[in-house]
Ligand binder design. Structure first.
Ligand code: ROI
Length: 166
């Protein structure tokens, strides 16, 4: 059976807009995964160590027959194909793909925590998610809209309305 998952995309190196656009195409190409909705494209101030370039961020919804860890494997292969090198914690990156939500499941394993452990404090995740899932409720019963209302919009700018963004 196909489940719905939400994936956050982020990049602040090597033409971030293009990295994100290509990542959406790559995700859609993986067998067992189809992109069903795509947020607006945002530019955001970096959270983490200062002195790094601004980020581009977006969120997509996928319909997938992959199990959570298979989905994680597929997303990590896409990150690697985009030249992602894991070096500095919270440092700049060519492409970051995070599983935010998978169906209505709570997953706590060594490799994967779902819902994503920091999504509730990241405006560059929750605002794009709201674009595509305004009525969403998290597995703990919290409404996305209420979570967004607790977060400032500061540092976020919409740079493209609808996919394809560029
Ligand atoms: N900051 C922003 N604005 N966007 C991101 O996607 C992002 N990703 C990260 C850290 C380094 C925490 N900062 C970010 O992983």
């Amino acid at each position: 059976m196909a489940e719905t998952a939400y994936i956050a995309l982020g990049s602040n190196l090597e033409k971030p807009e293009l990295q994100l656009q290509r990542a959406v195409d790559d995700i859609d190409t993986v067998s067992g995964m189809t992109v069903s909705a795509c947020s607006r494209l945002y530019r955001s101030d970096p959270v983490g160590p200062p002195g790094q370039p601004d980020y581009c961020n977006a969120v997509v919804a996928v319909k997938t027959t992959l199990k959570p860890l298979q989905l994680l494997d597929s997303l990590q292969s896409i990150e690697n194909a985009h030249g992602r090198i894991r070096s500095v914690r919270w440092g700049p990156r060519t492409l970051d793909l995070d599983i935010l939500l998978y169906d209505n499941q709570i997953i706590e394993s060594e490799r994967l925590t779902v819902p994503h452990y920091q999504m509730h404090v990241r405006n560059f995740v929750l605002y794009p998610l709201l674009d595509i899932a305004p009525g969403l409720e998290l597995p703990n019963g919290k409404k996305l809209k209420a979570m967004v209302d607790e977060l400032s919009y500061q540092g976020l700018n919409v740079i493209a309305e609808s996919y394809p963004w560029i």
